[in-house]
Write a protein that binds this ligand. Sequence first.
Ligand code: HEC
Length: 347
Amino acid sequence: MMAAIVRVDRAVRTTCRKFSRQNRLYSSSNGVEWRESGCCKTIRGKTMRPWLGILAGMIGSCGALLYYLNESSVKAFGELEITLPKYPWAFKGVFSTFDHAALRRGWTVYRTVCRTCHSLQYVRFLDLVDATHTIEEVKQIAAEFEVEDGPDNEGNYYMRPAKLSDKVPSLYPNEEAARAANLGAYPPDLTYITLAHHNGVNYIFSLLTGFMDPPAGIKLEDGQYFNPYFPGGRTSMPPMLYDGMVEYDDGTLATESQMAKDVVEFLFWTANPEHDTRKVMMMKGLGICLILIASLLHMNRRYWSHIRSRRLAYAPNSVSREPQLPRVWHDENGIRGTNKRNTLMKR
Ligand code: HEC
């Protein structure tokens, strides 16, 4: 029953719009009788429109205000900060995945260079399987590390070669030891570092390649290095990457920027290991949604087609139209009758 009412209503609306073009509006209560009215003005869609506009405007301005406050508050902290360049990361596209050869090279850079100071304590060797190396290679890599295990039957802790299920062991047992070895500065764990910084990948790439001599007027303490990308400009991390520092097993030339790019892509992977799967899932989801939306549109057209293709004629009230009876008819006793008026009109 509801559906029928809605249909009549819709037919009326359509016709009303047609007539409003001629500066006159007509409506009907049951879809049959037409009378002049202002029905189009009270249609919900029309009167709601200004309110929707105001709502959208309010949401827009609140968003713009929040964005402005956020941006300006970030800028207020670091006076010496410079704008980060935007690099064309291959994995940033909507449909692009990691370059797994780059991840493999990135592990080499971490293993050879960064691990001397930074831990990667939330990554297990198992995670590397099929992401950077084959399982056989990862087993070999793991065996090169030693982890503490125990207690054994005599209650002693002992060292053993790492297994696939172990986390990548840190060089320092705790933060204090790491600080003591780095003149009081703490080299943070690198697993989630790309997420810990605003614009993480561009920041770390710029940081790694941005070491330079301090400009005039800036004095560095012992063990400090100048890097314009580091907040404040003075960092305790020494410049670590030099051309040819590592040897890649795929023969790629190990320039400073190549190593920085590879290690940053690797660190983005450690922070987002589900990145590739997520994008594949998104593509599947979008595909399903497209099919659903297409069939909904089709259903909608089909459902309303008899209304859209209906033609409504308008007869003004001033022209009186009497009900038309059939010209020849039979009553309940089977007696034949004729419609005199029609007969007359015919003559
Ligand atoms: C000699 C030790 C050492 C090595 C090797 C090293 N770092 Fe660092 N790193 C540090 C120290 C110390 C800090 C802390 C700097 C500070 O707080 O001033 C740091 C900080 C960082 C930070 C954080 C910067 C910030 O703004 O919070 C990142 C990112 C980083 N290092 C990346 C790397 C990468 C990638 C490598 C390998 C290519 C690497 N580091 C190699 C010592 C090292």
